[in-house]
Structure formats: C-alpha cells, structure tokens
Design a protein around this ligand. Structure first.
Ligand code: BG6
Length: 369
C-alpha cells in the first residue's frame, strides 16, 4: 500500500526519518552502543580482529564505502570494501583475524551470499547487516545487525541505504568502545550526533519542491555528472546509480580529486554537475578544494548544482543552484546529502513518465549469480 504516495519510492524517501529512528531505537544507552544480536562476535573477538572486509553489491556497496571512513576513523582498524562478486574470485588474503561484514537489504543477493560462504569456509568471522528478518545471509553469519528500516518495495533503494550506513556506524562505535580507541566523551558526542539524524532528515526533505523544479527543467538532459570527496565520493556514486536505475540517463560519479586526471575533459557548456560540498566548519581544507573544483568546471561552462550546508557563502558565486543542507557534523552529512539526489532521480523519472518503482531490466533482489 502506497499510503497516498505516487510511488513506493516517494513513500520510502519520506519514511527515512522514522526508518532511522527505528535503526537507532534501543541501541544507544547512556552514550554507549549496545547491540545484543552480535552474540557470536563478543568483545574478545572484536578486540582481536586486525582487518575488516565489507562485501556488498550496488547501493549497499556505497553504504559500506561511506561507513568505511567512519569505522577506520573511530576504531582504527583497516577497512576495505569489495563488490561481492569480485571478492569471491579474487583469491582474497584472509586470516582468522579478518572480520567479513556483508551488507544486503534483502539478505538474499546470491553474489553476497556466496561471498559470505566463501569467507566462512576460509575461517573468517562473519557479520551481516540486513533489513529482512531471518533472511538467508544473516542465517549464514556469526552475527547480524538488522537495520529495521521496514519493508522496502521500490527497486531503487533509499531508506535501506541510509539505515545501512547508520547500522555500520553503530557497529563502528561499538568497536571503538571495546577497543578503547575513542574516549567516553567522544563516544557520547558521536552517539548524540546519530540521535539527531532523524530530525535532520525531516528537515532535508523540505528541499523536495526545489529539486522537483530542477528535475522538470532537466527532463531532457542526456548526461549528469556527480562529484564528491571523502564521504561525499560514495554519495556521488550513489546519486549517479539512482539516476541510471530509474531515469535511464547516463550518469557517472567521480572523486572530485580525479577531475583533472580525466573527467574534466567531459565538461562542455551546459553539462549538469552535482557537487557534494563538505561543510567548511568540519573540513575547511576539503571545502576549499571542492570550491576550486567548482570554479574549474564552471569556467568550462558546466551547470553546477551544489549540495551544501546552509549558509555556506563560498559556493554561492559559482553555483547555478544551491540545495541547502541542515547543519551536520562530518560523518552525519552524507546521510543528508544523499536525500536530494534520491529526490532528483525520483522527480526526473516521474517527469519522463517512467515507472519509478519497477525500472526496466532490474529486480529488487537478484538471487542468481
Ligand atoms: C540490486 C538492486 O539488484 O541489488 C539494488 O536493484 C541493490 O537496488 C542491490 O542495491 C543489492 O541488493 P541487496 O538486497 O543485497 O541490498
């Protein structure tokens, strides 16, 4: 039941504040993360791991790529993200001190299931992040963190994506606590930031009208580029994937630092480019680098749509459009930045008269390799 919404995707985007409140519910107690379901992965095991490999496909792999930065920053454990199907055939270097985390909304994606089985057979500990109770992948894993985002019907993942990042953040904070890499004050501060996310998500949904106008204006666009740095980079990739999936428009995401190593050759007058702008408060250096990137592409005629923290005056002279974000700390910002990109794909698909929920050639869950 779409509950009055024009599509399941529109409904699921709107449900994000509630979905994330559910991901967090009962898991933060006095500034400490508690995940009882980790059962098979106790504190001793988590203190002993020396490396984390996250396997996932599609949107789930971008959620993992965002969380990688946070887990490394907080728990000081090296984290790599591998596409499940690439991992399995790469003869990966694993040991009993490796933790293999899988991320899957459905818990049934065959490529990811096979990667988990491969890891388990190689003797590594396995943790699954999953949205579907009692799905196959969590049953095959030593521990599970359910995202509790509620059922997701639209093929293009939205609320599950944000919930996956939040669940991985909870794990990162738990890991930092058992390994003693963050102080009690730091943990309290970060858990408080997470607790504030549902409210910030409700605020960012207020950009819907702005994005709709933009999407209508761009309905005939043939190609859209997305640029981001650090946590903004996987968000750029996710924004491009959403557009490909439901609008059938050529879209590519790039690391902003790569621009001059190739992609800038694509910029011609009128080329739309979405830029994920980090907050100047959180990361002044990254912010000024992104502003330079915006100047470089603008000088070559790009139409720049900047997604930036409200009040960021530095981007105003160079951006054709600015989509304002609520004030948020470094690792909370990607959870907000992705929302206008989800809305843009939804509105563009709608403007083109396409089936938003059931895009051609795609299935919600791919249960063959
Ligand atoms: C794809 C879906 O086939 O599978 C994507 O179309 C999804 O939306 C990907 O991100 C992974 O699915 P899951 O269920 O493993 O998260």
């Amino acid at each position: 039941d779409k509950g009055g919404w024009s599509s399941f995707m529109a409904k699921e985007i709107a449900e994000q504040p509630e979905a994330i409140a559910n991901t967090l519910r009962g898991r933060i107690v006095d500034g400490i993360v508690e995940i009882p379901e980790l059962a098979g992965l106790g504190a001793d095991t988590l203190r002993d791991i020396d490396r984390i490999v996250i396997v996932a496909c599609g949107t789930a792999s971008y959620a993992a790529s965002v969380a990688r930065y946070a887990i490394e920053a907080w728990a000081r454990v090296p984290v790599t993200v591998e596409l499940s199907h690439e991992f399995r055939y790469s003869n990966p270097v694993l040991s009993e001190r490796t933790l293999l985390i899988s991320v899957s909304q459905s818990g049934e994606t065959m490529d990811t299931l096979m990667a988990v089985k491969y890891g388990r057979d190689a003797g590594v500990k396995t943790l699954s992040v999953c949205n579907t109770q009692s799905a196959t992948i969590p049953r095959e894993s030593d521990g599970v963190i359910y995202t509790h985002a509620g059922p997701e019907v639209a093929v293009a993942s939205t609320k599950a994506f944000i919930a996956q990042i939040v669940a991985l953040y909870l794990f990162g904070l738990h890991l930092a606590n058992v390994r003693g890499t963050l102080t009690a004050e730091e943990l309290a501060e970060l858990t408080e930031q997470l607790t504030g996310v549902p409210e910030q998500l409700a605020e960012v949904l207020e950009v819907t009208e702005t994005v709709r106008t933009l999407a209508h204006w761009m309905a005939d666009t043939r190609s859209v580029l997305f640029l981001g740095r650090h946590v903004g980079f996987p968000i750029a990739l996710e924004g491009a994937l959403k557009l490909k999936e439901i609008s059938y428009i050529h879209a590519e995401g790039f690391a902003a630092g790569e621009l001059k190593h190739g992609p800038i050759a694509l910029i011609e007058p009128g080329q739309p480019v979405f830029v994920m702008v980090p907050s100047p408060r959180n990361s002044p250096v990254m912010h000024s680098k992104i502003v330079s990137n915006i100047q470089e592409i603008r000088a070559r005629g790009a139409r720049v749509i900047a997604i930036a923290e409200k009040g960021d005056a530095a981007v105003l002279p160079y951006a054709d459009e600015v989509i304002p974000l609520p004030i948020a700390e470094l690792f909370m910002q990607p959870l907000l930045t992705v929302v206008p990109l989800q809305l843009f794909a939804l509105e563009l698909s709608t403007a083109k008269g396409l089936d938003v929920d059931q895009p051609r050639n795609l299935a919600k869950s791919v249960t063959v390799e």
